[in-house]
Write a protein that binds this ligand. Structure first.
Ligand SMILES: Nc1ncnc2c1ncn2[C@@H]1O[C@H](COP(=O)(O)OP(=O)(O)OP(=O)(O)O)[C@@H](O)[C@H]1O
Ligand SMILES: C=C(C)CCOP(=O)(O)O
Length: 246
């Protein structure tokens, strides 16, 4: 079982609202289709927002903790994420990947303590029937707060736990987590050691950028890799490119 996130920073032009990076998405779709053709099974794809979702959420003052009870604001963010999801699906379908959507707003929620509930029976059934589920960062109902943002990174962690993933990969716009000299850090085992070099995203981002990503992945039992688009094929072939978080 592999849970793979396509970072919004890779598949979109993150600093230009609602702009796809078509060439990057096609490269990612090529690598995924080739891996499936070569026999890869049980792949769940998660994608982030990039320039879809983050700008809308930021304009409405919505984050993972600050919610809204205004349905049109929630649907503005959700709609942007569904638009991006449609782009991802169509590029995969063009390559004969049997990709199908999963929209968290209709399935997941947080309780009053912020604890996430994400049903996965539908995803397991999709996998069992040979589909490739494609789920995305979204809005979800949040008890006491209206609706808040759920990041793709949080979905990756929840899915990795629930599906007992063997491998977890985050394909981002950087070749890994970078140190002060912009060199890729090979392995990260605790937050404190790298806290000084971890920042937010360079672009508008309501879910915490690299710091949030590393923190979420450190809580996972499974090892996770953060790598760039050039290393996606090698990750899908079984290697651990970029930075390993364990
Ligand atoms: N030490 C670091 N090493 C690498 N990137 C870092 C570091 N500190 C901050 N960053 C920023 O983190 C960004 C990656 O996080 P971001 O959340 O934007 O990625 P993503 O998951 O690909 O996108 P999205 O959140 O839109 O899905 C990089 O583009 C960079 O701007
Ligand atoms: C709706 C939004 C903004 C979700 C974003 O998910 P992420 O890009 O993985 O942080």
């Amino acid at each position: 079982m592999i849970v793979l996130k396509l970072g919004g920073s890779v598949i979109t032009e993150k600093d230009r609202p609602e702009t796809l990076d078509g060439a990057a998405l096609e490269r990612a779709a090529d690598a995924i289709a080739a891996a499936l053709d070569a026999g890869l099974e049980n792949l769940v794809i998660v994608h982030g927002g990039g320039s879809f979702g983050h700008h809308n959420a930021s304009e409405h003052g919505i984050s993972t903790t600050a919610g809204t009870r205004d349905a049109s604001a929630a649907l503005d963010v959700h709609g942007a994420m569904k638009t991006l999801n449609q782009f991802v699906l169509s590029r995969l379908l063009d390559r004969d990947v049997d990709a199908v959507p999963v929209h968290p707003f209709s399935a997941a929620h947080r309780d009053g303590a912020g604890q996430l509930s994400l049903p996965t029976g539908q995803i397991e059934t999709m996998l069992g029937e040979g589909f490739v589920p494609v789920i995305h960062g979204d809005m979800i109902a949040h008890a006491g707060a209206g609706a808040t943002v759920i990041s793709g990174d949080e979905l990756v962690a929840a899915l990795a736990r629930a599906l007992e993933a063997d491998r977890v990969g985050l394909c981002s716009t950087v070749p890994g987590v970078l140190d002060d000299d912009n060199a890729v850090i090979d392995r990260i085992g605790d937050f404190e050691t790298v806290a000084d070099v971890l920042g937010a995203s360079d672009a508008t981002d309501v879910t915490g950028g690299m710091a949030g990503k590393v923190q979420t992945l450190l809580e996972l039992e499974a090892e996770a890799s953060i790598f760039g688009l050039e290393a996606l094929a090698s990750f899908l072939e079984g290697e651990n490119p970029g930075t390993t978080i364990d």
